[in-house]
Design a protein around this ligand. Structure first.
Ligand SMILES: C[S@@+](CC[C@H](N)C(=O)[O-])C[C@H]1O[C@@H](n2cnc3c(N)ncnc32)[C@H](O)[C@@H]1O
Length: 192
């Protein structure tokens, strides 16, 4: 986590603590955990709630090209910063719950969705809209990676069942404030 990230993040948190959902950006251990299964071969990646770009930098480190990145961020404070830091990426100022209303891609070419959203504080209809929208763009065996500071997956079983999805924990780190876990959410029947 760079010092240049702490102040803008904290300022955004003061303005909207519920939406920003954490007082500080994720550290390198959480970023590494979140991106561990992503490579240059993953192709297009959508990142939800990039904030100051902690996971975005890690994605580039894994070999994802800036042109393959779509960053969806609702906090207006973060937009100019993301545009400056990742000039080759597509930066969208929008609510992640609107994914299904927009036509961001032709078909479903996306290999991975990386989400730093605070799903635990969102109403279930919103979580359903976000997951449903994201899976509309994901390839059959594409995956949605979600970070959480809670003890279990932040997507309720009823939502996973409704969308035909499964959640698998893929790691945990105590070298983050607060300690974080990552879940891979994928289709139960990718080729059905
Ligand atoms: C906990 S912060 C994580 C930021 C960054 N990924 C990190 O780990 O340092 C959550 C981020 O999600 C953004 N966010 C919250 N609700 C959103 C929504 N509905 N659509 C898009 N972004 C949202 C916030 O503005 C914030 O940048």
């Amino acid at each position: 986590m760079s010092a240049a990230d702490i102040l803008p993040f904290f300022r955004a948190w003061i303005r909207n603590p519920l939406r920003v959902a954490a007082v500080a950006p994720s550290g390198p251990a959480a970023a590494s955990l979140m991106t561990q299964e992503i490579t240059a071969e993953t192709g297009p990646v959508i990142e939800l709630g990039p904030g100051t770009g902690a996971f975005t930098r890690a994605l580039l480190g894994r070999g994802v090209r800036q042109q393959d990145l779509t960053l969806v961020e609702y906090g207006s404070d973060f937009i100019p910063l993301l545009q400056r830091r990742f000039p080759g990426a597509r930066v969208l100022w929008m609510d992640a719950a609107w994914l299904h209303r927009e036509k961001l891609f032709k078909g479903a070419p996306v290999g991975a969705v990386v989400s730093g959203l605070g799903l635990l504080t969102m109403p279930p209809e919103k979580v359903l809209a976000i997951l449903g929208g994201a899976f509309g763009y994901l390839r059959p065996n594409g995956a949605f990676y979600q970070i959480t500071y809670g003890a279990r997956c932040p997507v309720a079983d009823v939502i996973l069942d409704r969308l035909g999805l499964q959640a698998t924990p893929i790691g945990q780190t105590f070298r983050n404030l607060p300690p974080a876990s990552v879940y891979r959410i994928s289709r139960r029947h990718p080729h059905a």
